[in-house]
Design a protein around this ligand. Structure first.
Ligand code: V47
Length: 382
């Protein structure tokens, strides 16, 4: 990278640029300085350099389908508009046959991944989740099951009185392929106490991820920003993820998630802005030097901001999604699904080269009839 091309209005960014150019790791203080700076173009330029060093001009996307088997949840997080009490209007729990039917209903695009998350249900037994994975694997053997956040894993351990490790082993035996990044929110206890006081602690989230990685399972990680957190708490969150990744190398992708306040107990808070969204993408790319991928989740950012993010540090747009509930219950105005052709158009128009990937970032090739042909001879591209 040639730092002489770097032009910053904010001169405080120059020493940071020199470190990024030299491939040196940024400190906590430098992370906070990045968040405090309004020189978005300079921050984005730097993040784009890192992104291009890691991935060249490629932008990844996948053909996936979200499935939320239940929105019944005992956690009552203030940040959430999705969870309901069992008797509340709009509460639902799918019978297993409904889950399998839902999975099949988005199958026209030949999905390679089911992304499965749900509420912490008061009564469903652990066996339901094992049967769900097994049933999906039987019906869709080639589809990767990315299922259950660290929070759900912690809850399964609680209701079964099993260790986290045993829960994960049983889920893997039933077909679990990897874990999504949700439930991380902001690790700092001050914030968790306000936005999600009944969820597992930040330390427990990290410990659960560590256990999953030790078993060889890969996972993603997220950070929910744009509510009551401080800049220091964001940096603390990112650096905790970075040090766990130093230990395990088990994280595949980081996804900054913009808080959507509508229909939540925090509905008095304003929505995030495009400026903050792009800043979070760029700063994540700069601080998480050991994370292979940073995803601009179009559902949450809007396709327009997600596309711009491909020049601010992101290398992935997520996928077709098909049906999204968590953000739409919280007022998201984006579509529920995006066709492959539209994902490709967004990527191409940003001057990037689209590459369809599977969950673990292996390139997906298609047969002439559009069926996925995973090239398992290629190593995982992380
Ligand atoms: O854990 C909940 C967040 C997460 C709201 O791993 C909210 O590939 C904003 O984790 N406003 C679920 N955010 C989504 C998630 C995810 C999404 C896409 C891809 C991947 C991946 C993971 O959504 C929750 C929580 O952090 N969330 N409510 C809300 N009102």
């Amino acid at each position: 990278m040639n730092c002489s091309q770097f032009i910053a209005e904010d001169k405080q960014l120059e020493p940071i640029a020199e470190k990024v150019t030299a491939g040196a790791r940024l400190s906590f203080e430098e992370g906070v300085a990045l968040y405090r700076s309004n020189d978005l173009l300079a921050i984005g330029w730097l993040a784009n350099q890192v992104r291009e060093q890691k991935h060249g001009n490629v932008c990844y996307y996948n053909i996936n389908r979200h499935i939320n088997p239940t929105n019944t949840c005992v956690a009552h997080c203030r940040l959430c508009a999705f969870g309901r009490d069992a008797e509340a209007p709009g509460a639902y729990t799918m019978a297993l046959e409904e889950v399998f039917g839902t999975a099949a209903s988005g199958y026209s695009e030949a999905v390679t991944e089911f992304h499965i998350v749900g509420g912490l249900h008061p009564d469903l037994p652990f066996q339901y989740y094992l049967d769900l994975l097994r049933g999906l694997k039987e019906r869709f053997p080639q589809v990767h099951l990315k299922a259950f956040t660290m929070v759900e894993i912690g809850y399964f351990a609680r209701i079964t009185k099993m260790s986290t490790r045993d829960v994960l082993l049983k889920l893997r035996e039933a077909g679990l392929g990897s874990l999504p990044g949700g439930g991380a929110e902001i690790f700092h206890p001050r914030v968790r106490k306000i936005i999600c006081d009944h969820k597992i602690s930040g330390m427990m989230w990290l410990q659960t991820a560590r256990t999953a990685h030790e078993l060889g399972l890969r996972s993603n990680a997220t950070m929910l920003y744009g509510h009551i957190e401080t800049e220091e708490e964001r940096v603390d969150h990112l650096l905790k993820l970075r040090s766990l990744q130093d230990e395990t190398r088990g994280f595949v992708c980081f996804i900054p998630l913009a808080f959507h306040p509508e229909n939540t107990a925090l509905s008095h808070l304003p929505k995030t802005t495009g400026f903050l969204d792009l800043k979070n993408i760029a700063i994540s790319r700069l601080l998480l030097d050991n994370f292979p991928h940073v995803k601009a989740y179009w559902i949450m950012l809007t396709p327009a901001i997600a596309q711009v993010a491909l020049r601010f540090g992101a290398d992935d747009l997520d996928g077709t999604v098909v049906e999204e509930k968590i953000y739409h219950d919280a007022g998201a105005k984006t579509a529920q699904a995006m066709r492959r052709s539209e994902l490709i158009r967004l990527i191409r128009e940003a001057g990037r080269d689209p590459l369809e990937r599977d969950t673990l970032y292996r390139p997906v090739q298609r047969t002439p009839t559009g069926e996925p042909r995973l090239d398992t001879t290629l190593s995982v591209n992380v």
